[in-house]
Design a protein around this ligand. Sequence first.
Ligand code: AMP
Length: 232
Amino acid sequence: MGAGPLPELPHKTAGGLQALLMFGAPGAGKGTQSQEISRQLHIPHISTGDILRDAVRKGTEIGRRAQSIMEAGELVPDDLVCAMVERRIAEPDCQRGFILDGFPRSVHQALFLDGLLRAQRRGGVVAVNIRVDQGSLLKRLTGRRTCPKCGTIYNIYSNPPQKAGICDRDGASLIQRDDDTEAAVQTRLREYRRQTRPLIERYRSLGALRDVDGNLEPQAVTAAIIHLLKAS
Ligand code: AMP
């Protein structure tokens, strides 16, 4: 972490803490953007998908419960994911705020998060909706490759590593997610439309939603998000 003073987060309230929620269809760039914003604002990036994939790799009880559901592109049960998030945001590095990527994904999860933030007297919530044309989503998902070691996300079409199949940062072999296959992607898009998209309107009606054009270059999308956070 850099030595300079930490940037103040917008939307500070009496609680002084903030949750940044990343919304967008699978493939919209939530993970890529969350990584970069986390780096620039020095707040943790919490991806429920990453935590679950880690649990699957380690073969934990949660991982065993989640594996086949994730491979099919369906949503893991709310109770399991809510408990995971509750534990994670109670950790000290979340004190100044945090980015939630992939949570909440259902009305139940959104209500649970409301309760958690209230109970912990957290500050404001900003929800960012990354909008991407339908046509680009499939290409983004099938072209995605991830470093299993550091989590860096590449795309073989739009953001390839310098050496094919190898992470620029640590030289690990890149992998394709099990649920980036065509069949699982279709299920994920359906689950998104059915369960998660209605949440966007919920946060919009609460005055907390900001739309961002996710068709731009990744750096331009990051700049737009940082700009709107400062203006919030
Ligand atoms: P993601 O990396 O966010 O695309 O998530 C990958 C998969 O993990 C999803 O397709 C779900 O199976 C599961 N998952 C991640 N976050 C959640 C959540 N908030 N609720 C239920 N399932 C989730």
